[in-house]
Design a protein around this ligand. Structure first.
Ligand code: NAD
Length: 333
């Protein structure tokens, strides 16, 4: 396995779409990691990216994994392809940075984790929100006990993407708002509260967009955390207008609260202080990729693990079950 301490990590991009291109552009600004190959099913796209980033361009993730040119792979494929690509990459001895969601089913998740364990490679899930400056501020405050004991956490993600790829709203390809957007919420809430979600009660609104079969375009989930705190996670994702998203979060503890507008600001009020922080610049994707590279180089677990991906998936699957049955669903860690 390549990329020993001090060596440049050679990265392959499996899926050079919206996120794959952003990762490639991010890597180009970082030291110690380089994009060596890009795989994308779209010929014009892969040719353009190959030229832009001065690397080889192939048609499928299978060719990328078998090509022997890289030490690590970023999986930025439609969600239903995540498990196959991640397992094959691990089996080829490649480290894996996989975008969220980890995969579609628990069986796939267990397969990925087992493949990674057997191969002794690193696996990181791209829960990018964890690297945003306003969220790291909130995490520091919660971990230091500045808000006291958390009692409520409520999260909303509202988005529209008129130019998004069709698969975003195609359940068969891993689309729908729960798989595409709510994993961020399930992960960031459990991470911030340092407590897993153990019970959900969910309602889902389904609608056919882009001519696909009906998919979940809105979901509202009531949450109970292992530490007893309660919360909500609500998300919707449509196609009909081009607007700025709303990604907001409020957490209250016994001694204070934070209110976060992701990508914009954090407002905090505690027994000791009250302040607003507004963001001017934040290289959150650079921080995420740098953490992946550091974990490889330092031969340690990354700060976001495959288990974290599986934990968010369990909540998503429980939310689907709850919406289907009309009952609350318990999640055993
Ligand atoms: N962390 C974040 O903030 C964030 C934001 C958006 C998307 N995502 C995640 O990133 C991943 C990619 O999403 P996206 O928005 O870039 O989608 P996208 O559709 O823009 O990109 C996917 C690319 O994969 C290519 N592809 C499909 N099948 C292929 C195959 N067999 N071999 C090679 N290439 C293939 C497509 O041509 C496409 O260009 C998804 O898992 C999504 O959930 C994360």
């Amino acid at each position: 396995m390549g990329a020993a301490t001090g060596e440049v990590i050679r990265l392959g991009i499996a899926g050079g779409g919206i996120m794959g291109e952003r990762i490639a552009a991010t890597v180009a600004r970082l030291d110690g990691i380089e994009v060596r190959a890009i795989a994308d099913a779209n010929p014009a796209q892969r040719e353009r990216l190959g030229q832009a980033f001065g690397c080889s361009a192939v048609a499928t993730w299978e060719e990328l994994v078998a090509g022997g040119e890289v030490d690590a792979v970023y999986v930025g494929l439609p969600n239903h392809l995540h498990a196959a690509a991640a397992c094959a990459a691990a089996e080829a001895g490649l480290h894996v940075l996989i975008d969220k969601p980890l995969c579609e089913t628990l069986a796939e998740g267990e397969r990925i984790l087992a493949a990674v364990e057997r191969a002794g490679v690193r696996l990181m899930v791209g829960f990018s929100h964890r690297f945003h400056v306003e969220l790291t501020t909130a995490k520091r405050m919660l971990a230091a006990g500045e808000l006291g004991a958390p009692v409520l956490a409520t999260d909303i993600i509202v988005d529209s993407a008129p130019d998004g790829p069709d698969w975003y709203w195609d359940r068969a390809a891993g689309g729908g708002v729960v798989q595409l957007q709510m994993h961020h919420s399930f992960d960031r809430l459990a991470w911030l509260l340092d407590s897993p979600i153990v019970r959900v009660q969910a309602s889902v609104h389904e609608r056919a967009l882009r001519g696909a079969e009906p998919a979940d375009v809105a979901a509202a989930v009531t949450l109970t955390f292992a530490n007893g705190a309660v919360g909500t996670s609500a998300a919707s994702f449509v196609t009909g207008y081009d607007g700025d998203g709303i990604v907001e979060l409020a957490i209250q503890g016994t001694h204070g609260h934070v209110r976060i507008e992701t990508w914009r600001s954090i407002e905090a009020q505690t027994a000791r202080s009250a302040f607003d922080q507004h963001q001017r610049r934040d290289d959150w994707l650079g921080a995420e990729v740098a953490e992946f590279a550091a974990a490889i180089r330092e031969r340690r677990e990354p700060s976001v693990t495959g288990r974290d991906g599986l934990r968010a998936l369990r909540v998503a699957l429980a939310a689907f079950e709850s919406a289907r049955t009309g009952r609350a669903v318990d999640i055993t860690p």
